[in-house]
Design a protein around this ligand. Structure first.
Ligand code: PMV
Length: 325
């Protein structure tokens, strides 16, 4: 893949939600994960990013949904661009324009799709080769969960790995993820900071690191076997074990809001009534419900009618990151 004009490229990457959660770093400087994780790439949530290297610029510029961003967000983008510039052997600054089709930084995996789209667009704009493993490694250095958004389908990021690997295509087991948006507010504690704090102060953290690989293996095996009755409980266990570790930090980190608990309870009630549906949450209040395609329409109606739910974004399994121009 090459850029359509020199120094310019646009790429799209889809968000992903971990079924087996990543939480904690094996190496903070290199940003390597402490535990293996496994995600589903989402068709319904994506970021489109254009990178334009321009020797006339005095600094990198970042626009997200048309608004100029500075500070930490711009620094993280510049760090990724610096890696690309050093591989390229050229040093122009760039304008980066990014559009999400979903709320930014509210715990909806915008950093995952954002850094994967940025990594691919930057490599393509520099005219460098863009194998998705390379895109994944570059995105991982910025945000480990972003490593998984390079690929479509179900994706694995092993503990200590520098890049994610595709595990199974979506057709193997086509599931549906219903993202319930519970607030449009930005999340309170950024995940990197929350991970450091958990590792330092939660007495449960060593147990989480010891236990997560077993939960990961259950989730991996259940997906391979297309066994939803084994998959669902393990997915709920992964997120609850992660949040338990966070709650036990000192002071505790509470991403779950009253609305979150309400929706979790409703998902379990639907299950008691016979619907195959399970929940997962990340570093934010929103609940993502996992179900089978034949139950998706009814599950979406049931969740959308709750007063705590602002909207529901349904997703089937999404594709690889790709260059669009
Ligand atoms: O990549 P980060 O720093 O945004 O970590 C996010 C980790 C979780 O979303 C909570 C879990 C995961 O595996 O995606």
């Amino acid at each position: 893949m090459t850029a359509s004009k020199p120094g310019f490229a646009t790429a799209v990457a889809h968000a992903n939600i971990a079924l087996a959660k990543y939480w904690g770093k094996q190496d903070s400087a290199l940003n390597l994960p402490a535990v293996p994780s496994l995600s589903m790439t989402l068709s319904g949530l994506h970021t489109q990013t254009s990178v334009h290297f321009d020797s006339g610029l005095a600094a990198d510029q970042l626009l997200i949904n048309g608004q100029e961003r500075q500070g930490r967000e711009l620094q993280r983008v510049s760090k990724l661009l610096a890696t690309v510039r050093s591989e390229w052997g050229e040093s122009p600054f760039a304008t980066v324009e990014s559009q999400n089709n979903f709320p930014t930084a509210a715990g909806l995996a915008s950093s995952a799709s954002g850094f994967a789209a940025l990594a691919l667009a930057a490599l393509a704009a520099a005219g460098l080769k863009t194998p998705l493993g390379r895109v994944s490694a570059l995105a991982r250095a910025a945000s480990a969960s972003a490593a998984r958004s390079a690929f479509g389908g179900y994706v694995v990021l092993e503990a200590g790995a520098s890049e994610a690997v595709p595990f199974l295509p979506g057709e193997h087991f086509p599931l549906v993820m219903l993202v319930t948006v519970l607030t449009d507010q930005r999340k309170e504690v950024p995940s990197t900071q929350a991970m450091e704090h958990t590792a330092k102060s939660s007495p449960y953290y060593p147990n989480w690191v010891g236990h997560a690989p077993r939960v990961f293996a259950q989730i991996r095996d259940a997906l391979r076997a297309r066994d939803f009755t084994a998959l669902g409980p393990a997915v709920e266990h992964s997120t609850l074990a992660m949040h338990a570790t966070l709650l036990a930090a000192e002071p505790g980190i509470v991403y779950l809001q009253p609305e979150t608990l309400h929706v979790m309870k409703h998902v379990r009630q639907l299950r008691d009534q016979g619907m195959p549906i399970f929940f997962t949450m990340d570093a934010g209040p929103h609940v993502k419900a996992l179900t089978l395609p034949e139950h998706a329409a009814e599950a979406e109606r049931e969740l959308a009618r709750l007063p705590q739910v602002l909207r529901v974004i349904p997703s089937s399994v999404g594709p690889d990151a790709h260059v669009v121009n």
